[in-house]
Design a protein around this ligand. Sequence first.
Ligand code: SF4
Length: 345
Amino acid sequence: HQFTVSSLYSGKANSSSDLPLASLNKVLTEDSAAGKVKRKRAQTPLEKYYLTYLCVTDLSTQSWCEQQMVYGRELPPLQAPETVVLLNTGKSIHLARELEVHDVVKVHTTSKEDSWAIKILNLLSVIPVLQAGGCVRELPVFGVIEDVFLTGIIDELCYSAKGELELRELKTRGRPFMPSGAQKKRDYFQVCLYKYIFDAMVQGQLKPDVITNHIQLRPEQPLGSQIREHAQKVGFTVTSFGDLLELMYLNLTLSDIPSIDCLKIEYSHQESNTLLGTEVVRFEEEKVREKAQNYLAYWKGQREVQGVEIEEAWKCQSCSYSEICDWRKKRAEGPEQRSGPKKSK
Ligand code: SF4
């Protein structure tokens, strides 16, 4: 039986949307090699937003328009109300689908490690289901690309009639027709990232210290009583966060779960709940890595934020930030006003 555990922890979330803007422009001071001269270093976006990891959806949103993704983080109230309604309805539909195959249990958490323990328990609980050839929904995945830790949730993993492991991503749409090519491209990138991370996980690349080092978690941290009780109920006896990480690593590497063979995206109309169409996505590892490298270069402070190129300027027409967008203004002034390398396609 599958469980999804959700957190009641009210600790600091990995989100910047509630951060005061004044705190976003700090600079860090660094000692020089000689230890005498102090020089100032601008914060990377990861530091500026206090992020120790990114979500796969951060990168797929970024692939639509990086500047828009940044505004969405800093100025969420400017988001169009219809976008917010669409997102909330999409979340409810996902939850309803999840409840078809899961029980949701509330567990109280007392530390950051407890919150991560929940994600790991959710992952551990689906491994036997996949091993037995079953279908799972809302599967958490974690991994590292370009030294940045990424997390995501796969909507659904099932075996096809041919016995291939198939990822299915559900996209609900406000309009009753299939998305444009550009929207599909963003969704393709998202599912390719899921496959990239999932495959690395089942191939044993998610070692316990990868998680603790990137997220700055303490393996020796004792787990809260409710976490331990829940772990016991689903068959795991654990005391510390490190115990759970070891269990996860062993279960993933010793399981014979294959890599994902097939990527599918199902588009359905939100209001009528009718299927609009299904896209099968080709996975090209080198291209996925190159794209991720380019987007992560922004997060690591290796290049400036970029908006859309002139051939995609049509995206600005429906953008909530078009009135205030610096990139758009500079583009109107001429190419010499902009800096930074061209975005790779
Ligand atoms: Fe991106 Fe255009 Fe919106 Fe600016 S106006 S954030 S360039 S889509």
